[in-house]
Design a protein around this ligand. Structure first.
Ligand code: 4AD
Ligand code: MG
Length: 439
């Protein structure tokens, strides 16, 4: 049996007779010539049917075809620079597998609501196809980076008994006779992993009952979370920088055609190289004031502030030493920017967020963790959390505590930024958002 042919491999089969198994992307007919743009999941290719060159049956079968009908098309490949992918097929035979009913998505413009309702079909469109292929490559690059750097993959549970990132965005569920929550972050478990393996990464879906309807928020998103023992805040930012560089270089190397379909400015991506600027929250507040989007000290940045910081630097920028009052209980604290933490009075949290340029917002959030049992107990109480729920987590401090740091990178925001897609809903096959649970 001959090798199964995929459109992406057309160059290897120049001049040969092959069979494309796929779907009808587009149809056109002008007298004795018929055009058939086929997609097979790996790419697009134009087939041409000349009366006399292809079989009588094939010519007749063509008449049955509709958009998205499934077909097996056999013919001779030849170079054609104007065809998508650089090759076209002189069709000899055509087998119809299934005649598609009237397809709801036509090349004309549709509203986003309609497209979202038809997400299961919308995925076949060129831009969606390209974005999801870039997503797949980003995930591959993420894993490659950590494996190359001797991290162990460490899977955290999704059903959890307690909060990681505050109780206001928890999705609750029943767990037999108990109440459980869908994980907001695998971090706390990742810290246990770092103490066992030195460096680990948690990777999986995370859930937040976010009521915000923005272009950056999903209720279910994928997060990758490295955690490293004996690492401080600066080590954490160094790691994040190398990580982002690796992801971007890998996507540029392997997914340039997809980025072209998405009309992404490649020069802009190529220019993204570390080191990235590192500014404290206090410095950011000053910049924001100067740029006309002032924020009172102690408040969390919103979209206009993140956009302004992106505009200021034109590349990703780290913001560190945030006000403790807006950060989760587990952050190590400090009284001064750059100074060591003193128990009881930490004004700053040793956090580091990476803000992407062009309004894509915070793509990394992380920091150095509190390693002292007593401080952590006080923080748990201050956050009105139940110490009993965190008993195992406190054990990590009781038994060989060390300075350690980590971060979480949101996959969808990273895909949005790298592809230039406006909204995170187009960066995951089936987005979950406020008011979106179907399909
Ligand atoms: O800043 P966050 O909340 O950090 C944590 O969850 C830490 N526990 C991570 C850690 O240190 N291990 O979230 C991390 C990242 C954000 O920077 C953002 O990219 C993404 O997760 N993210 C979201 N992405 C899409 N929709 C949402 N609702 C998101 N919330 C956070
Ligand atoms: Mg954050």
């Amino acid at each position: 049996m001959s090798k199964r042919f995929y459109i992406k491999d057309a160059a290897e089969f120049d001049g040969q007779t092959v069979t494309v198994k796929g779907w009808v992307y587009n149809l056109r007919s002008s007298g004795k010539i018929k055009f058939l743009v086929m997609r097979d999941g790996s790419g697009l290719m134009q087939g041409i049917l000349f009366k006399g060159e292809c079989s009588e049956e094939a010519f007749a079968e063509f008449g049955k075809l509709t958009q998205e009908s499934s077909v097996e098309v056999t013919g001779v490949l030849r170079k054609e620079p104007r065809s998508p992918g650089g090759f076209e097929m002189g069709v000899r035979a055509l087998k119809v597998v299934n005649v598609a009913e009237a397809y709801p998505i036509s090349p004309k413009d549709h509203g986003v609501e309609f497209l979202m309702e038809n997400r299961h079909l919308w995925l076949r469109s060129q831009r969606q196809w390209a974005a999801i292929r870039v997503r797949s490559e980003i995930i591959r690059a993420v894993e490659e980076f950590f494996y190359k750097n001797d991290f162990i993959r460490f899977d955290a549970p999704i059903l959890t008994p307690s909060a990681c990132e505050g109780t206001s965005t928890l999705f609750g569920t029943e767990y037999f006779d108990e109440k459980a929550f869908l994980s907001q972050s695998g971090q706390l478990y990742g810290e246990a992993g770092a103490m066992a393996f030195g460096k680990i990464f948690v990777f999986g879906p995370t859930f937040r009952a976010e009521k915000s309807k923005t272009r950056k928020h999903l209720t279910e998103f994928w997060m990758v979370e490295p955690e490293v023992a004996f690492a401080d805040l600066n080590d954490n930012m160094d790691l994040g920088e190398k990580f982002i560089e690796h992801i971007i270089q890998t996507v540029l190397a392997n997914r340039a055609p997809e980025l072209k379909i998405l009309e992404r400015n490649l020069a802009e991506l190529e220019a993204i190289k570390g080191p990235f600027p590192r500014i404290s929250y206090d410095e950011a507040v000053k910049i924001l004031e100067r740029r006309g989007v002032a924020i009172p000290w102690g408040e969390d940045f919103g979209a206009p502030h993140e956009t302004a910081l992106g505009d200021e630097f034109g590349k990703p920028v780290w913001v560190h030493h945030m006000p403790s009052q807006i950060k989760a209980f587990y952050f190590k604290q400090s009284d001064t920017v750059g100074g060591p933490g003193v128990e009881g009075t930490g004004k700053y949290a040793l956090g580091c967020d990476l803000i992407a340029p062009f309004g894509y917002g915070e793509i990394i959030g992380g920091g150095q963790r509190e390693e002292q049992t007593s401080v952590l107990q006080r923080r748990i109480a201050e956050h009105a959390l139940t110490e009993d729920d965190y008993k195992w987590y406190l054990d990590l401090r009781r038994f060989g505590s060390v300075p350690h740091s980590g971060f979480g990178l949101g996959i969808e925001r990273t895909v949005a930024w790298i592809t230039g897609v406006e909204h995170v809903r187009e960066t995951i096959p089936f987005p979950r958002m406020l008011n979106t649970l179907r399909p």
